[in-house]
Ligand binder design. Structure first.
Ligand code: DGT
Length: 362
C-alpha cells in the first residue's frame, strides 16, 4: 500500500538541501567513531541545544574511548548529571569497556557486533555505521518517522510503522552517501517537516509528498493520544547530624540510577506527609527521625510521571554512632554536595536551601 517506487531525484534533492541548510554542530566536524557514537547516545530523547555543552565538556574530560573505559562509573554519571535518562551513561560506559577490552579500542564496524554492545539499539547502530563507515542502514527516529508518515500518508499509528518505513527507506537511501542521507532526513524533520507549522513550501521533496499533494499534511502522523501521566506526592528528609546531612546513592539499575538523593519516597493514600517520611526513612536507612521544619516543595516532570516533592528538616532520634555506613550512604557538609551527581529535582531543592543559607536551626 505504501509502495514508494524508487523516486528518481529524491536523494539528490534532499542531499543538496542538506548541504545548504544543515546546522553546523560540534559532532559534524569529522567522522571520529567515538565522538559520533557519543553524540548519538546523548541526542536520544534530548534536544540538540541541551546536548552541545554536555558533549563538549565530556570530550574535555574523556577525549578518547580509553578514558571512558578506565574511568570510575561514578565520575561518568557525574559528567552526565542533568542530561537525564541515566541508563544511557551506564550503558555507554560498559560498552566502551567492551570495545577497549575485547576489540583493542576499535569500534566494531559490523552490524551484529556493534549492535550487541550495551545501549546500542537499531537507531544508534544505523546512525553510527552509516555516518562513520558509510554502511547503507536507514535511521528511524522521531523526526524521520514524521517525515515518512507525511510522505506516504501513513494511515496507521506511526508507532507501528518501523518495518514498513525501513523497507521504504532502504529503497530511498543514497547508496554512496547513506550517512548524509540519514542526517538529511533527520534535519529535514527537525527544521522543515516540524511537528507543528511544517514549512512545506520550503521542503525539497514536497513533490514526492503524498500528504502535501493531497493537502492533508496536518492529519499526519497519526499518534495515539498520550495517556495522562500519573502524579506522585513524594517526601524527602534532610537529616542533620551536627553540620552534616545524610545522602544515599540510588541503585545503579533503576530510575535515576547511580545518582544521590535524600532518603524518602512516595506518600501512600491517606498517609500524612510526616508519617510517610518517618516510614520511608526507617525502611531505607534504619534511622529513626523526628520531622521538623519544612524546607520547601518543588514540582518536577519525568517522562512518564510527575512529582511534587516536599523536603523537611529532620533530626535523629537514635544514636548514629553505632551504625556502620554502606558505600552508598554518606554524611556530607553543605559545602560538598556539588561533588555528587543529584537528580534535577534535587537541584531545585538545593536552590531553596541556598536561599535559606542552609538554615538548620531545627
Ligand atoms: P519505588 O517506591 O519502589 O517506586 O521506588 P522509587 O525509588 O522509584 O521511588 P521513591 O519511592 O523513592 O519515590 C521517589 C521519587 O522521587 C522517585 O521517582 C525519585 C524522585 N526523587 C527525586 N529526588 C529525590 C530525593 O532526593 N529523594 C527521594 N526519595 N526521591 C527523589
Amino acid at each position: 500500500m505504501y509502495n514508494t517506487k524508487v523516486k528518481t531525484g529524491f536523494s539528490e534533492l534532499i542531499l543538496s538541501w542538506y548541504k545548504k541548510n544543515s546546522r553546523s554542530l560540534p559532532w559534524r566536524t569529522d567522522k571520529d567513531p567515538y565522538r559520533i557514537w557519543l553524540s548519538e547516545v546523548m541526542l536520544q530523547q534530548t534536544k540538540v541545544s541541551t546536548v552541545i555543552p554536555y558533549y563538549k565538556k565530556w570530550l574535555e574530560r574523556f577525549p578518547r574511548i580509553q578514558d571512558v573505559a578506565n574511568a570510575d562509573i561514578d565520575d561518568v554519571i557525574k559528567e552526565w548529571e542533568g542530561l537525564g535518562y541515566y541508563s544511557r551513561s551506564r550503558n555507554f560506559f560498559n560498552a566502551c569497556k567492551i570495545v577497549v577490552n575485547d576489540h583493542r579500542g576499535i569500534i566494531p564496524s559490523d552490524w551484529a557486533t556493534f549492535r550487541s554492545l550495551p545501549g546500542v539499539g537499531d537507531y544508534t547502530a544505523a546512525a553510527v555505521l552509516s555516518i562513520v563507515f558509510n554502511h547503507c542502514y536507514p535511521v528511524i527516529d522521531g523526526n524521520v518517522r514524521r517525515v515518512m508518515a507525511r510522505l506516504l500518508s501513513y494511515d496507521k499509528n506511526v508507532k507501528k510503522s518501523f518495518v514498513e518505513f525501513r523497507v521504504e527507506l532502504e529503497k530511498l537511501i543514497d547508496r554512496n552517501r547513506p550517512g548524509d542521507f540519514n542526517q538529511a532526513m533527520m534535519e529535514l524533520g527537525s527544521l522543515v517537516c516540524k511537528k507543528s507549522k511544517p514549512e512545506c513550501s520550503a521542503c525539497p521533496i514536497n513533490q514526492f509528498c503524498k500528504s502535501y499533494n493531497n493537502g492533508t499534511v496536518d492529519q499526519f502522523p497519526i499518534i495515539n493520544k498520550k495517556k495522562t501521566r500519573p502524579h506522585n506526592t513524594v517526601v524527602a528528609g534532610i537529616i542533620w547530624h551536627k553540620e552534616n546531612f545524610f545522602i544515599q546513592k540510588r541503585a545503579y539499575n533503576g530510575l535515576l540510577g547511580g545518582l544521590w538523593e535524600f532518603p524518602g519516597g512516595k506518600v501512600k493514600k491517606g498517609e500524612k506527609l510526616h508519617e510517610a517520611l518517618i516510614r520511608e526513612i526507617h525502611e531505607e536507612t534504619g534511622l529513626s527521625v523526628f520531622v521538623e521544619k519544612k524546607v520547601g516543595s518543588i514540582d518536577h516532570e519525568y517522562s512518564h510521571f510527575s512529582i511534587t516533592l516536599h523536603l523537611f528538616n529532620c533530626r535523629l532520634s537514635n544514636n548514629i554512632q553505632k551504625r556502620k555506613l554502606s558505600k552508598s550512604q554518606r554524611w556530607i557538609s553543605p559545602k560538598t554536595y556539588s561533588q555528587y551527581p543529584f537528580p534535577k529535582a534535587n537541584h531545585k531543592l538545593f536552590s531553596i536551601l541556598e536561599s535559606q543559607s542552609w538554615n538548620n536551626n531545627l
